[in-house]
Design a protein around this ligand. Structure first.
Ligand code: DGY
Length: 339
């Protein structure tokens, strides 16, 4: 890389990734110094003259940032699979490449999805809270105590059925689920994108839903795994939830705004669904202790930890750096978004 490039990195990186970045000769690295999200003002000021920016899902990459960087900007490397924080059209217009990390976090997020399904069906949050608040002595074992629906025999609904959905299905098959119904934006793509060879020749029916109503009505477990777009925002609405089965659970491992939180709180209040397991929620991380969702005993909420295994975060960091460097050199990235 003969020409000196400025790169802006919006977080401290895990050791191996940091070493890789620092090993590149002639790179002027400007890096946010802490584990906390980078300050927007800092990012805008420092972007000026940058050839590449490595950023997190909490950093908005929009016209303002692209303009602040100026004509030198060649690449955005996002430390994430989701890219709803990036204005793709603005990048495309300027011929700026976008790297992301869609493959290395599949297992970690699929594992967490299983945890959330079981927590929601088996009332994990409520059960732990009862023990921790000293209520167990008042609720001795009884046949109906803390009962919930069983995963065996469930119809699993997938809203979005890409890598993470399919890796979740792989884990669910040994539980004895009976059927899968899915809704994707491009149903025809699925044959090409049968990532684990599960769909063709599966032992249980795996069928496309004709519309969201069918997905809502037929799922015992509904897994939200789609990208956040204009058409998926609040797709899980009052109307959607009112069509779900009373013993069904909703799991969101995608992006918070796909689910209308007020509608979810109301559906849980009215007993329209049995429970929910959320890794993400609208307006995260600004969820204070008095938020109505936290008053729902049958809702388990964890703070966007889907990809939070040590191995996965190391790989995401390294892959982001590789994407950044490939973008600077004009070489193929590990994973690049087709803009
Ligand atoms: C991502 O990378 O988009 C995930 O939400 C992180 O868990």
């Amino acid at each position: 890389m003969p020409q000196k490039h400025k790169v802006v990195v919006t977080r401290q990186l895990i050791d191996e990734a940091q070493k890789l970045l620092e090993s590149v000769p002639g790179l002027n690295i400007v890096q946010w110094p802490t584990e906390q999200p980078a300050d927007r003002k800092w990012l805008l000021e420092n972007a000026k003259g940058a050839s590449g920016i490595l950023l997190m899902l909490s950093d908005i990459c929009d016209e303002e940032l692209i303009k602040a960087a100026g004509d030198s900007l060649k690449v955005i490397a996002s430390f994430s699979v989701g890219t709803d924080h990036v204005d793709r059209d603005a990048l495309k217009k300027r011929g700026i490449r976008l790297g992301y990390t869609p493959t290395c976090l599949t297992d970690a997020v699929a594992d967490l999805t299983i945890m959330l399904i079981l927590m929601a069906q088996r009332r994990g949050g409520e059960a732990i809270s009862k023990v921790q608040t000293g209520q167990w002595p008042k609720m001795p074992w009884s046949p109906l105590l803390m009962t919930g629906p069983q995963i065996r025999g469930s119809t699993i609904g997938f809203l979005g059925f890409g890598r993470i959905g399919q890796a979740t299905l792989k884990r669910l098959l040994p539980f004895g689920i009976s059927r899968v119904v899915y809704l994707t934006s491009e149903p025809g793509q699925l044959v090409k994108e049968d990532h684990f060879g599960l769909i063709k020749g599966a032992a249980i029916p795996i069928e496309p839903a004709k519309d969201w109503e069918q997905l809502a009505c037929e799922s015992d477990v509904l897994i939200v795994g789609c990208a956040l777009t204009r058409s998926t925002k609040h797709l899980i609405s009052t109307n959607f939830l009112s069509r779900m089965k009373k013993l069904s659970v909703l799991v969101n491992i995608a992006r918070g705004p796909v689910v209308d939180t007020d509608a979810l709180v109301a559906a849980l209040d009215k007993g329209e669904i049995f429970g929910a397991g959320l890794d993400v929620i609208e307006n995260e991380p600004n969820i204070l202790a008095n938020h109505p969702i936290l008053k729902q005993p049958r809702c388990v909420l964890v703070p966007h930890i889907g990809s939070a295994t040590i191995e996965t975060r190391e790989q995401m960091a390294t892959e982001s750096v590789k994407n950044l460097l490939a973008g600077l050199k004009g070489e193929p990235m590990v994973n690049e978004v087709e803009l």
